[in-house]
Design a binder for this molecule. Structure first.
Ligand SMILES: *[C@@H]1O[C@H](CO)[C@@H](O)[C@H](O)[C@H]1NC(C)=O
Ligand SMILES: *[C@@H]1O[C@H](CO)[C@@H](O)[C@H](O)[C@H]1NC(C)=O
Ligand SMILES: *[C@@H]1O[C@H](CO)[C@@H](O)[C@H](O)[C@H]1NC(C)=O
Ligand SMILES: *[C@@H]1O[C@H](CO)[C@@H](O)[C@H](O)[C@H]1NC(C)=O
Ligand SMILES: *[C@@H]1O[C@H](CO)[C@@H](O)[C@H](O)[C@H]1NC(C)=O
Ligand SMILES: *[C@@H]1O[C@H](CO)[C@@H](O)[C@H](O)[C@H]1NC(C)=O
Length: 403
């Protein structure tokens, strides 16, 4: 939770929620659910510190089985994509943060859980830590509704204590099931929402399609497609890459990639993770130093982000991510934070001409990179549990200049 004093300075941006339901042809075996982009930022928020603490905690947890919380990271933003999930009967809606780096689904943050006739308490305790936030509470079984799909007997956490989740009711964990290990007492792992959709025959393949529309677009939203993907949202073929063999990234939606800037190598092939709940693109310190050099950027103390001048922006070259043999190119505009949202990252100048880069230093003792949602806003992504791979394709927003 934020300290009371900073609550007074909370700026909140709640971007418009798209219409909640798409009509689904009955024979497709996929179901689409709309997303909303959500911003709640405190004045003193440092997104870089929050993202870095999360990367370190995820890395440490996968290596040691123990979560690690950086107690100095308490002033956390929740800024990311949320989905409206129906729970119980009568059904109540909860807005959950979409998180591909955890497996537990839980509620009870901003909005309390309403017990209904489908709620069953298991008597088990649950606790999950995310590095820049955490929760603990009791595990329940309940019915979950995602647009036209219904999941019975879904194990969910109900928080009685939480930290670092402002502006959302909880988390929808779309990460691997193994990430739930040790989170619920008397239980080895907890079946995720995706596991239950598949085991209850609501979807034919355990595949999730993720479509994030850049938050600076006029109609900021996106879609999760359960059971597959939506071809009409893509402008290229899908490139798949297997889950990396490198530990500990292999415990997440981990992949191998390399990065070049123009002709300069920024990151030689490395293992890292794809994370819907990280904001930025975090890269290893050497790679970050090289990117800082070639862009001529300076590190801005206030925001923790690299800052460039408008001349440097006009000279910015494409940043190319090679994944599964295919080049995914971030245009200059895709490398910068949306200027209309500079206040969210703590730029207090009120000057929307300030230009910040979304590539940041990942820090010590963690993955080679984390591709956060600023990357995923430019490429459709497919999280394929059945075939243990991640897919990417370009979209109508890959070359958008809305930032
Ligand atoms: C915790 O986060 C702070 C702020 O980013 C950082 O200075 C510090 O090094 C971190 N501590 C550890 C143990 O990683
Ligand atoms: C959450 O993290 C804070 C800060 O590290 C810690 O004081 C608190 O005990 C943790 N709470 C839970 C429920 O794990
Ligand atoms: C309901 O889910 C729990 C935990 O996920 C599992 O242990 C139990 O076997 C399930 N019951 C049924 C009837 O599927
Ligand atoms: C796929 O996306 C298109 C374009 O937004 C939409 O019209 C269509 O309904 C979507 N299809 C499914 C099955 O969700
Ligand atoms: C950055 O540029 C300086 C000066 O040209 C050079 O000494 C340094 O090695 C470069 N660092 C990286 C990581 O490229
Ligand atoms: C990584 O460790 C070095 C040496 O201890 C330290 O100077 C540096 O600040 C650390 N980097 C980050 C981003 O925490």
């Amino acid at each position: 939770m934020l300290p009371l004093t900073s609550l007074k300075t909370v700026l909140s941006f709640l971007l418009v929620v798209g219409s909640p339901v798409f009509s689904i042809p009955l024979n497709t075996h996929t179901t689409a659910v709309s997303l909303a982009a959500k911003f709640k930022a405190a004045g003193a928020t440092n997104i870089v510190a929050g993202d870095r603490a999360r990367a370190q905690a995820l890395h440490h947890a996968a290596k040691t089985g123990k979560y690690y919380a950086n107690a100095s990271i308490t002033n956390v933003v929740v800024i990311g994509y949320t989905i409206q999930v129906g729970i119980g009967n009568p059904m109540k809606h909860y807005g959950l943060l979409v998180d591909s780096a955890s497996g537990n689904t839980w509620i009870g943050a901003e909005q309390d859980y309403t017990i209904t006739k489908t709620s069953t308490g298991t008597g088990d305790a649950v606790a999950v830590s995310y590095g820049s936030g955490n929760f603990s509470g009791q595990e329940y079984l309940d019915t979950i509704t995602l647009s036209s799909l219904s999941i019975s007997n879904q194990s969910i956490g109900v928080a009685n204590e939480y930290q670092g989740f402002r502006g959302v009711d909880g988390v929808l964990g779309i990460g691997p099931t193994s990430l739930t290990k040790g989170t619920v007492s008397n239980t080895d792992t907890v079946p995720t929402i995706m596991d239950n959709l598949f085991s209850q025959n609501s979807i034919n393949s355990e595949i999730l399609g993720v479509y994030f529309v850049p938050v600076s677009e006029e109609d900021p939203t996106g879609t999760l497609t359960f059971g597959g993907w939506n071809n009409s949202l893509m402008t290229s073929d899908i490139t798949y890459t297997p889950i990396t063999s490198a530990s500990p990234a292999c415990n997440y939606w981990g992949i191998d990639q390399s990065i070049t800037y123009g002709d300069s190598t920024i990151l030689s092939s490395a293992a890292g993770i794809v994370d819907t709940a990280t904001v930025l693109i975090l890269i290893a310190t050497d790679a970050f130093d090289a990117y800082k050099n070639v862009t001529g950027a300076t590190l801005d103390e206030t925001t923790g982000l690299l800052k460039i001048t408008s001349d440097q922006y006009s000279n910015l070259k494409p940043l190319i991510f090679t994944i599964g043999g295919t080049a995914f190119t971030l245009t200059p505009n895709a490398q910068i934070w949306p200027r209309s949202m500079n206040s969210v990252i703590g730029d207090t100048s009120g000057n929307s001409d300030d230009i910040y880069l979304i590539v940041a230093d990942i820090g010590n003792d963690t993955f080679g990179f984390v591709n956060g949602y600023t990357f995923l806003e430019r490429f459709y992504s497919i999280f394929d549990t059945t075939n243990q791979r991640v897919g990417f394709a370009t979209t109508a927003y890959t070359e958008s200049t809305s930032n």
